[in-house]
Ligand binder design. Structure first.
Ligand SMILES: Cc1cc2nc3c(=O)[nH]c(=O)nc-3n(C[C@H](O)[C@H](O)[C@H](O)COP(=O)(O)OP(=O)(O)OC[C@H]3O[C@@H](n4cnc5c(N)ncnc54)[C@H](O)[C@@H]3O)c2cc1C
Length: 452
């Protein structure tokens, strides 16, 4: 190598040196001593030292935040709405997450949280008047997601009370009934349940209800059974749907828990949503005054109006369950080490995480638009059904992938993810199974009804 060539190399080298960094370094170490030591090292030792230094600088790198809202949809909410969302998130993280597995395992409901939840002031959020919020369906959807992100049992309890029970009164009650019941339900002073499904009739409730009602004098007499009724073991009132023996139409009733003809027995040994208290209800000559019949529930079409509204909420709940599982899995993969490094650094693990995030983002953007349709008064049965089918299917796939990423720990309750896998199964089936919601969408897009 010629002299000029060496000078040119040295000049190039000097240009690459950050003199500020060298000056800072010289204050920490004796540079002459450092250079003398390094120059004595052989190639192998130098390579080892470089690796160590790189590992050190990697360690200092901040980990990205764990956040399943990849397209930052929550940023589109107003400041006030985001405040409500944060309040609910804080409640779920501080009051629910620490006790979720314990109550799920015991299959008990944490009754003490009702008064705490009441303070959030979020029941009947979209209803206008009667002490309710008059807020958007979009915000309500976000809240359902937020709850299910931590515990689907709690979001189910809330959905049954605020959506199905309060919604039945809001959509089908008389002014007097709304004025009496909605303000106290909004404050959670009384809790509601919703009884439609029966032991022998689930998917076929529209035409097949066997629970009967008959008007005798000023009273209605109800007979039959209802299965799966969430909250009904402790709720103050249960909305019961029954077929009128006289005109064959479906009517709705507000049944109080102290009614002599009403018995609610807890369903035991569920493998999903164990915290939710589901009841088998038996109605034996259950007498209800005309004043407790929902005055504007005249046929199953009115029941279907309630279900349309709440089905959209269940789609959001599926997003929450998927989001919670994705976030748990992402955090776990960043912490769990195998072969000396976090498993998040393996290509196959990242592939699963990205597949989950893609599904989750598609679900989120779908329910976002669904709520916009709802807020614009354009929501149809098929809109809600498509979202319920798609989101619950993708939720099932996300929780499966998430559990896979936990390896063996994925089946231990203490790691949370097992609860998400189990709970997803119930969300997948309730408020209309995949098949029934697909038939609703199929009928809308083809003009042909494939219902039997
Ligand atoms: C945890 C939980 C909570 C619940 N909470 C409540 C509640 O609070 N209030 C309430 O009223 N109900 C509640 N339900 C009931 C729920 O809505 C029903 O379970 C659901 O509607 C399905 O009814 P089913 O279980 O009787 O199933 P079935 O109707 O017996 O269906 C069994 C299978 O057959 C399929 N199937 C049925 N008919 C058809 C068809 N025509 N074509 C193709 N496939 C078909 C279904 O898709 C399903 O795969 C709850 C259920 C669960 C699991």
């Amino acid at each position: 190598m010629g002299l000029f060539e060496s000078f040119s190399q040295i000049r190039t080298l000097l240009k690459t040196i950050d003199l500020n960094a060298v000056s800072k370094l010289s204050k920490k170490v004796d540079l002459n001593k450092l250079m003398a030591t390094v120059s004595k090292m052989d190639d192998e030792d130098l390579a080892k030292m470089l690796k160590l230094l790189q590992a050190g600088s990697r360690k200092k790198k901040e980990k990205p935040p764990v956040n399943g809202d990849f397209y930052e949809l929550d940023k589109t909410l107003t400041v006030e709405e985001r405040g409500i969302l944060l309040k609910v998130r804080n409640f779920m993280e501080t009051e629910i997450r620490p006790i979720a597995n314990e109550y799920w395992n015991k299959a008990h409901f944490p009754m003490h949280i009702i008064s705490l939840m009441a303070k959030l002031n979020i029941c009947g959020l979209t209803y206008h008047g009667y002490g309710c919020g008059g807020k958007s369906a979009l915000l309500e959807g976000f809240l359902a997601m937020e709850m299910a992100r931590v515990d689907s049992s709690i979001s189910t309890f809330f959905g049954v009370h605020s959506g199905l029970a309060m919604g039945s009164i809001y959509l089908c009650g008389s002014e007097e009934q709304k004025e009496y019941w909605l303000p106290i339900m909004q404050k959670m002073e009384i809790i509601g349940a919703f009884g439609l499904t029966e032991p022998e009739v689930g998917s076929g409730v529209a035409g097949g209800l066997t629970t009967t009602c008959k008007k005798i004098g000023d009273e209605w007499v109800l007979n039959g059974q209802k299965k799966w009724i969430g909250n009904a073991t402790f709720s103050d009132i249960t909305i019961i749907w029954a077929r009128n023996l006289d005109d064959n139409q479906v009517k709705g009733f507000i049944v109080r828990k102290d009614n002599q003809g009403f018995e609610a027995k807890k369903m035991e040994d569920k493998m999903a949503l164990r915290t939710v208290q589901n009841a088998l209800i038996t109605l034996t000559d259950c007498k209800i005054p005309e004043s407790d019949r929902l005055q504007n529930a005249n046929s199953f079409k009115d029941t279907a109006n309630v279900l349309r509204m709440t089905r959209a909420g269940v789609a959001w709940q599926a997003v929450g369950c998927g989001r919670g599982a994705y976030e748990l899995a992402l955090k776990y993969t960043m912490e769990r080490k195998q072969f000396g490094r976090p498993i998040a650094g393996f290509q196959l693990v990242q592939d699963l995480l990205v597949t989950m995030l893609g599904d989750l983002t598609a679900m989120q953007t779908m329910v976002y638009r669904l709520s916009q349709l709802q807020d614009g008064g354009q929501l149809t049965d098929e809109h809600a059904s498509l979202a319920k089918v798609f989101c619950t299917l993708r939720m099932r796939s996300i929780v499966d992938h998430a559990r896979e990423l936990f390896g063996g720990n994925g089946i231990l309750l203490e790691y949370d993810i097992a609860r998400f896998v189990a709970d997803a199964e119930a969300i997948y089936s309730y408020e209309g199974t995949k098949e029934i919601n697909s038939l609703i969408v199929g009928r809308a897009i083809t003009g042909e009804s494939a219902f039997v």
